[in-house]
Design a binder for this molecule. Structure first.
Ligand code: NAP
Length: 494
């Protein structure tokens, strides 16, 4: 059944050559250029993807524009029905999609399953919530100097064509979290999946097509960001860009995108701050889970821990014990593997290894881990880390947690606020009042008290400040972000 359902997205050879979706049909690019996608688990070739041409991008942009107004004019309840059907298909094919995702991005079974099921739930929730998004009316006489006589009908309407770009670490969930609200609000979508994640992304697009998204409204262009990205984001027919990825790519897109509205989720470099009164066993569990899940390749991973030296001394033996119990690096398909599989590529692993070695050469000490084998980096704990070292000054997308001793909590606040990143921070203390007072001093998107950083539940607002993002996501906020206000003023002079 899955083979039949997904038949036209590839030539079905082994390994398959995947096609791209021009909004109407699944086709091979006229560029003749393709890219191989390798599994981070063992470097095997999973398939080959198309690198589309600028003319093919022009064509999907044209279709998106042509077909958008009929899509927006379709009654909302019909768009809602399509999304609920897509959610059903995602659940229906979960057993097929989970191993596909594991092979493509190296997620362990539970994490891959979590991503697929969460995507189905998110799609349903978006569809339900879209029905309560509505405009409003306003009268003129609230403002000094105005009499009655002007009535504003404030409608919420689509932007037009949304360019949606997703990262490798959640190629299904973070693609759906862009495509679904954009479509529900009546936009057409030109979607670019991450190279490593394209195969999973194409399957998702097929599901939306089968669920009934009309021809021309959703397309999927494939190829490296470095090859097709600039043309796509600077395209004059793109009305808004929604992007998740690194801060550097985000900054480059912002420059190229011109005056288009931007919704960005970018890099995170999230600290955990431990007060002396914290529940140490909870803190240790949350730090290990928060730092090492999906080998630390989450924008919300804990990257560094700030506490006074006394607290760190007390904590470290417990951290080492917890790693022995809760973490087991290995092949993500093995039931013995816990939290840490490979990072996304051997090249990414080499980069992480290099940054660890650099930190050590500058005085950091390895408590555990630190070694690399192919794309696998051992879960690593570093102490004696200084904020200026690359290991904490940049986002290191791997299983590495740095411990930094601070003299006071004021020093922790300064360090967090001076970072170029500002996604989330965690504070551990038994006194919630202390936690709230501390949270209020931090210039980050969200502060977690007694929990590790995370995106969900998905209806909560999710945002980054500074180089970590622009705009707000979360079900209602994403629907609002994918639409604009259109006030129409009725002037009725007395
Ligand atoms: P990335 O290298 O920045 O790539 C993200 C996406 O942008 C990919 O689809 C990539 O395509 C594309 N891209 C690259 N260059 C482009 C260009 N010049 N123009 C247009 N698109 C371009 O990030 P990643 O390695 O996939 O993902 C990890 C990063 O995402 C981390 O920094 C992580 O913190 C961040 N992230 C943030 C959040 C959040 O919610 N804040 C969530 C998840 C991930 P290719 O793959 O083809 O290069």
């Amino acid at each position: 059944m899955p083979d039949e359902f997904f038949a036209d997205i590839s030539d079905q050879k082994t390994p398959p050559t995947y096609r791209f979706f021009n909004g109407k049909e699944w086709v091979v690019s006229t560029s003749g250029k393709t890219t191989e996608v390798h599994s981070p688990i063992d470097q095997s070739v999973l398939g080959t993807i198309q690198v589309v041409t600028t003319a093919e991008i022009d064509a999907v942009m044209e279709s998106a524009k042509t077909f958008q107004s009929a899509w927006e004019a379709m009654p909302l309840y019909q768009r809602v029905k399509i999304m609920h059907l897509a959610a059903d298909w995602i659940r229906h094919f979960a057993d097929y999609l989970i191993p596909l995702l594991m092979r493509e991005i190296g997620k362990i079974t539970d994490e891959a399953k979590g991503e697929i099921m969460r995507t189905a739930d998110l799609t349903d929730y978006f569809a339900d919530e879209a029905q309560s998004i509505r405009g409003e009316t306003m009268e003129s006489d609230n403002f000094p100097g105005f009499e009655k006589g002007k009535i504003a009908l404030i409608e919420r309407v689509a932007y037009g064509t949304v360019v949606a770009i997703a990262p490798f670490n959640y190629p299904v969930n973070l693609s759906a979290s862009k495509i679904v609200p954009a479509l529900l609000m009546g936009n057409s979508v030109v979607f670019k999946p991450p190279t490593q994640g394209t195969i999973s992304g194409l399957h998702l697009v097929k599901i939306f097509q089968k669920a009934g998204v009309p021809a021309g409204v959703l397309s999927c262009v494939t190829g490296g960001g470095g090859e097709i990205g600039d043309y796509l984001v600077s395209h004059p027919k793109a009305d808004i860009i929604t992007f998740t990825g690194s801060s550097d790519t985000g900054a480059a897109i912002a420059q190229k995108g011109g005056m288009k509205p931007l919704v960005f989720e970018c890099g995170g470099n999230n600290p955990a701050v431990i007060f002396p009164d914290a529940d140490m066993s909870l803190t240790v569990r949350e730090i290990i889970k928060g730092g090492f899940s999906y080998a630390g390749q989450r924008c919300t991973a804990i990257k560094y821990v700030l506490a006074t030296q006394g607290v760190l001394d007390q904590l470290m033996p417990e951290i080492v014990k917890e790693i022995a119990q809760a973490v087991h690096m290995g092949d993500p398909r093995s039931p013995e593997t816990k939290l840490v599989g490979p990072v996304i590529s051997e090249q990414a692993a080499e980069h992480i290894e290099q940054i660890i070695n650099e930190a050590v050469s500058e005085g950091a000490a390895i408590v555990t881990g630190g070694k690399r084998n192919a794309a696998y980096i051992e879960p690593t704990i570093l102490t004696n880390v200084k904020p200026t070292m690359k290991i904490v000054a940049t986002e290191v997308f791997g299983p590495v947690i740095s411990f930094i001793a601070v003299k006071s909590m004021d020093e922790a606040v300064t360090m967090i606020n001076e970072s170029r990143f500002g996604l989330q921070a965690s504070v551990f203390t038994k006194d919630e009042g202390t936690g709230i007072a501390f949270a209020r001093q931090l210039n980050v998107g969200t502060v977690q008290i007694n929990g590790s950083p995370q995106r969900g539940p998905d209806h909560f607002p999710f945002l980054g400040v500074k180089h970590s993002g622009i705009g707000v996501q979360g079900v209602r906020y994403s629907l609002e972000a994918m639409s604009r206000l259109r006030p129409i003023i009725l002037n009725k002079p007395a």
